[in-house]
Design a protein. Structure first.
Length: 169
């Protein structure tokens, strides 16, 4: 279902030169395949159409595409320096104790050693403790199970980031 009034950010995205639109998509997700699929489907009638295209593109990412997407995400507890989006998304770790931060660093390293990529979770709205508990739980997963969880989490992150893009004035 689409809205009759196109949000300003979506209108701008729909009419942006290809390079600018691709750069905006790359800010949302580092997967080139994902960004190209969304770019190719422009213009979008409404935000829900864009989100549905994102969900479909995320569902079809190969293991290699997922690795490329994850490479754009800093470890939990260490937001990308100078990146307000990264800091905002990881706000739940900002007030964490030094002990919790140290524990997350250790867990991040163990997770990365096991799976070969950063621990990816939609951190928006989660506390440091919730993220710690999630990594502790997920580190026991098989690589196949974890890849599907990562795909789901990436989809959530992409939707949040696209919503910001759509609503920007």
């Amino acid at each position: 279902m689409t809205s009759t009034s196109t949000p300003p950010g979506l209108a701008r995205f729909n009419t942006s030169p290809e390079g600018d639109a691709l750069a905006a998509l790359h800010e949302a997700c580092s997967s080139t395949v994902w960004a190209r699929r969304l770019l190719a489907a422009r213009p979008y009638a409404g935000p829900e159409d864009l989100y549905a295209a994102s969900d479909a593109a995320t569902a079809e990412l190969t293991a290699k595409d997922l690795r490329e997407a994850m490479a754009g995400h800093p470890p939990i507890g260490r937001p990308k320096p100078g990146d307000p989006a990264s800091a905002r998304e990881q706000r739940g770790m900002a007030g964490a104790s030094e002990q919790l931060k140290a524990e997350m660093l250790e867990l991040n390293l163990a997770y990365q050693e096991k799976f070969g990529h950063v621990f990816l979770i939609c951190a928006t709205g989660r506390t440091g403790e919730q993220m710690r508990d999630a990594v502790k739980e997920r580190i026991g997963n098989s690589p196949e199970r974890e890849r599907e969880i990562v795909r789901t989490e990436l989809g959530k992150i992409n939707r949040i980031r696209l919503a910001r893009l759509v609503e920007e004035d």
